[in-house]
Design a protein around this ligand. Structure first.
Ligand code: SAM
Length: 287
């Protein structure tokens, strides 16, 4: 936290940007076996979760990210039943996945149990589905979990990881995507948080290339606002195991029968529209 105790500031050296939230109190701080964990009370964004100095979520705006990391991929799969979440220790994605009545099993695999225990204390609204009979929380490296998974076992794999550094770096690799592809069944879909289109375009394109090189038949990226992440603009990149991405179940999204606060059928359609600058090849000089 900056020298001014009333503000938490995340500084991103690679983009020369920073983002601050006015805080009223530091509620928790610890060094787990994997990362530094902090929780703050903020004046207007509710509780704030920070890992290794990076904003993970706030109570006010996390719904956008958690809904867009889950509902587009689940309404694109024809009949998602077994879902794997890699990372996601705050349990926000798990809560959204379990809103889908057809889901019979949701495995959440986060390397750091402390993130979940802290979330249970300071973000109970994200953990309300943790006791769902379909949910299973595991605390191991996602790399190993996927390597050990039975071939074709999962319908959807969601990679809700920290940035591509430290223990999360390998979750952005071609090798890991190939391992995910093996663990996915026919029609299987992978989706990974893929950072900011404004600041990390090269990474998004590298992730798309790695997924195709790993054998996925088609890759696409969706775009959505995420106010408390660098640039305020975020993405998720989706890949289809063995065929062209199916059209999404639009009528099921309309008739979903559960509440969302950002996602709906129109948002789904709009999120996959590609911004013009992402269509321009990287090697052209930016005029
Ligand atoms: N929405 C956040 C973002 O976009 O940065 C991510 C939230 S979630 C808290 C990220 C989680 O990824 C963390 O809890 C971290 O422990 C987990 N993680 C990092 N590397 C991992 C790995 N190799 N296997 C499983 N979980 C991992």
């Amino acid at each position: 936290m900056t020298s001014d105790e009333k503000w938490f500031t995340e500084k991103c050296d690679d983009s020369g940007s920073s983002f601050s939230l006015k805080v009223t109190q530091k509620l928790h701080e610890e060094q787990s076996a994997y990362q530094h964990i902090e929780v703050y009370a903020t004046e207007h964004f509710g509780h704030l979760l920070v890992l290794d100095g990076y904003i993970m979520l706030t109570a006010l705006d996390n719904f956008i990210y958690h809904e867009m990391m889950t509902h587009p991929v689940l309404f694109t799969h024809p009949d998602p039943r077994r879902v794997l979440i890699i990372g996601g220790g705050d349990c926000g994605c798990l809560h959204e996945v379990l809103k889908h009545p057809g889901v019979t099993q949701a495995d959440q695999v986060d390397i750091d149990e402390r993130v979940t225990r802290v979330a249970e204390e300071y973000f109970p609204e994200l953990c309300v589905s943790n006791d769902d009979a379909r949910a299973a929380l595991h605390f191991v490296d996602g790399i190993k979990w996927v390597e050990d998974a039975a071939p074709g076992y999962y319908d959807v794999i969601i990679i809700d990881s920290t940035d591509p550094i430290g223990q999360a770096a390998r979750l952005f690799s071609q090798e890991f995507y190939a391992s995910c592809r093996r663990a996915l069944g026919e029609n299987g879909l992978l989706v990974a948080q893929s950072e900011s289109p404004l600041l990390h375009r090269e990474l998004i394109e590298a992730m798309q290339d790695r997924m195709v090189s790993a054998g996925f038949a088609e890759v696409t990226t969706c775009y959505f606002p995420q106010p408390t992440y660098p640039s305020g603009w975020w993405t998720a990149t989706m890949a289809c195991n063995d065929r062209a991405l199916p059209g999404f179940r639009a009528q099921d999204a309309v008739d979903r029968g559960f509440t969302t606060r950002y996602y709906n059928e129109q948002i789904h359609r709009a999120a996959f529209a590609i911004p013009e600058f992402m269509n321009v090849s990287l090697d052209l000089p930016v005029d």
